[in-house]
Design a protein around this ligand. Structure first.
Ligand code: NAP
Length: 291
């Protein structure tokens, strides 16, 4: 049993497998989830303690970790009427946010935490549900070196690598940059398949060529089956990628492919594809650019 007691808020697609790995690694974990059924399910499966609100979550923990949808959810969990900041926090508590949110929100919450006598670290992750299940996430952090050291046993239980990149917000900037590259890659792959298909080369034929050649990548391999089978079951929903690119634009991203990606994602969400997997970028482009 690891001596650190962790309070974890957010048991979505990513949070639930991450908590499972912490429990497997011997951490004492207490959980909170807005939809209580998800917390009850994990309590039954793992025997974790359940808190009914964020303020009860932090009562007796050393570290609180959040893995929530977006900036609004994170602010609600910290600043809401029963939020983390509504109570006197345990001395020397460390707060880690692993969601993908804006560096501005991180800096605001870090300042509020510091005023309440605790330390804050942004530590978003690269890798989707499968890497989360297999403890293969890559973690990028912003904050103090001593807090990063303190969090290392946790990061080791959740991922294959963790990097401290700078002050609060640095992890968020890196994550937004990575997802910009991810989205541009998916749009590029999709546009190539649409062009080929419109000219008589099937998606299966083209993707076999791509994945057998020098421009193959983990992402082209992973998403090829989805394109060929028109299977857009969400691993990482398109709406979350759209949120990330909107955040990147809010931080000054204003480059040709980033802007094109932003427009594509906004339009795909408007067409009702937000709940589908991010590779539904292909579905959108195939429909819009069919000849
Ligand atoms: P998710 O499945 O949608 O889960 C989101 C979690 O946030 C749920 O626990 C949800 O509670 C909670 N939540 C949302 N609004 C809330 C509010 N106002 N108050 C309290 N709790 C709230 O999302 P996810 O896929 O786990 O992603 C979590 C974060 O990781 C996101 O920032 C995402 O961008 C990032 N991320 C995701 C992936 C991926 O592949 N999925 C990969 C890397 C990073 P309920 O259960 O009540 O809805």
């Amino acid at each position: 049993m690891n001596h650190l007691k962790i309070g974890w808020a957010g048991l979505g697609n990513m949070g639930a497998p991450m908590v499972t790995n912490l429990v497997k690694a011997g951490f004492n974990v207490k959980v909170y989830n807005r939809t209580t059924a998800k917390a009850a399910e994990l309590q039954e499966k793992l025997g974790v303690q359940v808190a009914t609100c964020p303020k009860h979550l932090v009562e007796d923990v050393d570290i609180v970790i959040t893995m929530l949808t977006d900036d609004a959810a994170l602010k609600e969990v910290y600043e809401g009427p029963e939020g983390i900041l509504s109570v006197t926090l345990p001395i020397d508590m460390l707060a880690i946010d692993m969601s993908t949110v804006s560096p501005d929100t991180t800096r605001q919450l870090a300042a509020l935490c510091e005023a309440a006598g605790i330390w804050y670290m942004d530590a978003p992750v690269s890798g989707s549900v499968k890497p989360a299940e297999e403890a293969q996430l890559v973690i990028m952090a912003g904050g103090r070196a001593e807090d990063f050291e303190r969090a290392k046993p946790i990061f080791n239980a959740l991922g294959k690598a963790a990097y401290l990149l700078g002050e609060n917000g640095a992890g968020n900037y890196a994550k937004l940059a990575i997802n910009t590259f991810l989205g541009i890659t998916l749009q590029g792959l999709s546009e190539a398949v649409v062009f080929a298909k419109n000219n008589g080369v099937s998606p299966e034929q083209l993707l076999t060529l791509i994945n057998g050649g020098p421009i193959a990548s983990v992402i082209s391999n992973t998403k090829s089956r989805n394109i060929i089978n028109h299977d857009f079951t969400p691993a990482f929903p398109l709406s979350l990628l759209a949120k990330d690119i909107r955040l990147a634009k809010g931080q000054g991203m204003d480059t040709p492919m980033g802007n094109a990606l932003f427009t594509t994602l906004q339009e795909a969400v408007a067409k009702g594809l937000g709940a589908a997997d991010m590779i539904a970028i292909y579905q959108y482009l195939e429909q819009e650019y069919a000849v």
